[in-house]
Design a protein around this ligand. Structure first.
Ligand code: PLP
Length: 364
């Protein structure tokens, strides 16, 4: 990314030589990215985050297909980028169905089947959940929707899955996927939306014809170069990355419950993203636990990272019917390719003592 802050800083698309060259480089990034997951260059829209991609996917289709209906379907366990967008659309007259999940965080396909109506225009279902790791059977759900009405647009937030699950838009069968660069080792503030050709969308940021009229505003060239490179490194290596983090995660999923009394694993045991280990501990305050771990150099999360400014228990754990007292003692450990056996051993050494101390302070 560095040269694009210094030598190559002029405006892409401007008529001078440097501008034309930069435009070619951006289009080259677009083509290389699309090839990685089975799309085509014109179907990529660069954005400033996963959140923006999700907003564009949902609002873009909801507004463009108003003449066909005002019903949208999603799940109760989506990221707030989806949920808050849906809630705002509800205030503007749309009807939204929030599908429930079971105790493992899995959707029941029958619930989706019975939610579909003639007014449904868009469905948004995440692939892997970022808090508990549970993976939804997307391809099966997509087939069901197509049988009902092929013109319903299907979006999937694959932010937590990309780089660890095999991302191929033909296999998934969806119409739109949202990706965020920083989840893959790329720069913060870079995202993209893949939109299948023919899916009708209205831009949510207007002002010029950039991104084929789907997202106006000056391109963030270093960020685009960065997301392209991050995807080129992570996507083809997804299975080796998954094997590595999966082995480490398994150590946590076995080691934590056996060393911490009353520890509960949250999320599906087998249909789960390989890099997310989530636990709940009774008589523990998740936020205080994070502080204890932080002092020991362990960076972890509790509930949804984005909701960490609030003290409410995670909406995902609530939807999974985890009792509030247990959900308040949630710990999420997300691993990446750079993590090692030593890191896992360190968690397994530090965590039991930290929890024991916290429980002792609370009183037995
Ligand atoms: N969706 C999921 C599943 C996420 O985990 C995140 C962020 O962490 C987002 C969406 C939002 O992406 P961004 O942080 O790039 O806005």
């Amino acid at each position: 990314m560095a040269p694009y802050f210094t030598d190559k800083w002029l405006s892409p698309g401007a008529l001078y030589r440097e501008g034309r060259a930069l435009k070619r480089e951006l289009d080259d990034s677009r083509r290389r990215i699309a090839e990685l997951f089975g799309g085509s260059a014109n179907e990529i829209v660069f954005t400033a985050s996963g959140t923006e991609s999700i907003n564009l996917a949902i609002r873009g289709v909801a507004f463009a297909s108003q003449h066909r209906g005002h019903h949208l379907i999603t799940t109760q366990i989506e990221h707030r980028a989806v949920l808050d967008t849906m809630r705002q659309l509800e205030r503007q007259g749309w009807q939204v169905t929030y599908l429930p999940v079971d105790g493992d965080g899995l959707l029941n396909p029958a619930d989706l089947a019975s939610a579909l109506t003639d007014a449904t225009t868009l469905i948004s279902i995440m692939w892997a959940n970022n808090e508990v790791g549970t993976i939804q059977p997307l391809a099966e759900l997509v087939r069901m929707v197509r049988d009902f009405n092929p013109s319903i647009a299907i979006h999937s937030d694959v932010v937590a899955a990309a780089g660890y699950l095999p991302l191929d838009v033909t296999d998934l069968g969806v119409d739109m996927v949202s990706i965020s660069a920083h989840k893959l080792g790329g720069p913060k503030g870079a995202g993209l939306l893949w939109v299948r050709r023919g899916v009708l969308q209205q831009p949510i940021i207007t002002g010029d014809d950039r991104e084929r009229g789907r997202r106006a505003g000056m391109e963030n060239v270093p960020a685009i170069v960065g997301i392209a490179r991050a995807l080129e490194i992570a996507l083809p290596a997804a299975s080796t990355r998954a094997e590595h983090v999966g082995r480490l995660c398994d150590q946590l999923l076995v080691g934590v419950p056996s060393s911490v009394p009353g520890a509960v694993i949250t999320g599906h045991r087998t249909q789960r993203a390989p890099h997310i280990a989530s636990f709940c501990f009774e008589r523990v305050d998740g936020e205080a636990l994070l502080q204890q771990l932080d002092v020991q150099g362990i960076a972890a999360a509790s509930g949804s990272a984005c909701a960490s400014a609030t003290l409410d228990a995670s909406h995902v754990l609530k939807a999974m019917a985890v009792p509030t007292a247990l959900a308040e003692g949630n710990l999420r450990l997300s691993l990446g390719p750079e993590n090692t056996d030593t890191d896992v051993q360190r968690v397994l050494t530090v965590l039991p003592g930290a929890i024991e101390r916290m429980r002792a302070l609370r009183g037995r």
